[in-house]
Ligand binder design. Structure first.
Ligand code: SF4
Ligand code: SF4
Length: 389
């Protein structure tokens, strides 16, 4: 792992997250769980509560989930549900309620069971984002989620509270965009593995202002690294764009193999990546903040949307901006939306961008590591050959 001065602070926040949330709750704060990139965090901040991601990214809780859910559900659905019912997640019991959305079928049916454990609002997400009716409907769902939080947390969320929360999130997203942007540099200032390791932990906070300072410190260190020789770990390595799922530690086995085979992952397109942080909410006097929030979240480019047009233009732009040499598209097993959409992603990458493409389907276990290594080694050879031409 590459050394950063701020790594210790980031690790510290992550390690003591449950304890610090408990202390914040003792001091009267509320905690709201989120499960997806469609969860409007602005509503939670405007309610004076702390947002916390509760998505499962590890294998351990899956066994418990499989006592109830069939095995042929994606690992994300099983791990998230398993976390909630197995008592293995210290964060879950701290949440006062959860905001969730109807994205894929697996999620929404699992939510029917999850809602037995904790109060939830399941926002009805329209799946044709370009239609006018979609925005009207989604705006009503955001309004409904605001009312849900007001009732559950016994607070009033004013429009001013919402605008302040929007500005906070814009600040945080701008900083994350700058952090992601450092990877445009050739060589990048950090390996993809270390980058994901750190940025996955940077999704959690208790004290927002301290969090902003941490983001600034990480950005400054990355900037300093741009001018120092990082040696073999990143220099002259083929640059890989990662798309699809798994921009978290759940994908660390694939990331590790790619970088062991001589590549460096410089960009992640997807719900945890740069395109989501670039997407700020414009602040205009007189606008309805709920509509502004609804518009932004309807732009999330998940494969549950049809057609998911924006994802394809994002990919084309990012491949050029980050000067990548190849693209890896990851789907979790049994995830129909991303698996099927991968065919079109492959067409775009190979035929239009002229780059090598690899579609990986995997889960959170280590059972396929050997097989993955063989495929990724062959892919990286292809990428290296393409680079020499
Ligand atoms: S991939 Fe889609 S369903 Fe999964 S967390 Fe991201 S936006 Fe939500
Ligand atoms: S990985 Fe696919 S199937 Fe699983 S929750 Fe996300 S969109 Fe749904």
């Amino acid at each position: 792992m590459m050394k950063f001065k701020i790594t210790e602070t980031i690790q510290d926040v992550h390690t003591h997250l449950a304890l610090n949330l408990e202390m914040a709750k003792d001091a009267g704060k509320k905690v709201v769980g989120c499960l997806c990139s469609y969860s409007p965090v602005e509503l939670i901040l405007a309610a004076g509560a702390i947002p916390v991601g509760l998505c499962g990214t590890t294998q351990i809780p899956i066994e418990k989930a499989e006592e109830i859910l069939s095995r042929d559900q994606c690992p994300k659905v099983k791990s998230t549900y398993g976390r909630a019912i197995s008592g293995t997640c210290p964060l879950f019991p701290l949440a006062d309620c959860i905001i969730a959305e109807t994205t894929c079928d697996g999620r929404k049916k699992m939510y029917e069971l999850l809602s037995r454990e904790i109060p939830m609002v399941v926002m009805d997400l329209p799946q044709k984002p370009d239609s006018l009716a979609a925005l009207v409907h989604w705006t009503a769902e955001v309004r409904h989620a605001r009312a849900f939080l007001e009732k559950q947390l016994d607070v009033v969320i004013t429009d001013d509270d919402l605008w302040q929360a929007i500005e906070k999130c814009n600040r945080q997203r701008s900083l994350m965009t700058a952090i992601f942007g450092c990877m445009r540099h050739d060589p990048p200032p950090i390996t993809g593995f270390d980058f994901v390791n750190i940025t996955s932990k940077l999704r959690y906070y208790v004290d927002f202002e301290a969090y902003i300072q941490t983001l600034e410190a990480f950005y400054n260190e990355l900037q300093q690294n741009l001018d120092t020789d990082q040696g073999e770990q990143v220099s002259k390595r083929p640059r890989i764009l990662w798309t699809g799922l798994g921009s978290s530690l759940g994908c660390s086995k694939v990331l590790e193999i790619v970088e062991d085979c001589g590549g460096v992952v410089v960009c992640q397109e997807g719900c945890g990546g740069i395109t989501r942080t670039e997407d700020l909410i414009p602040v205009h006097t007189g606008d309805d903040p709920i509509v502004a929030i609804a518009e932004r979240y309807l732009r999330v480019t998940c494969a549950c949307m049809t057609p998911n047009t924006q994802r394809f233009s994002d990919l084309e732009r990012l491949a050029k901006e980050f000067r990548v040499d190849g693209v890896i598209d990851l789907s979790w097993q049994f995830c129909q939306p991303f698996e099927i959409e991968s065919y079109r992603v492959g067409e775009l990458v190979r035929d239009r961008l002229g780059l090598p493409f690899l579609h990986v389907v995997t889960d959170y276990s280590q059972s396929d590591t050997g097989q993955l290594r063989v495929r990724i080694e062959a892919f990286m050879e292809q990428v290296k050959e393409g680079r020499q031409k």
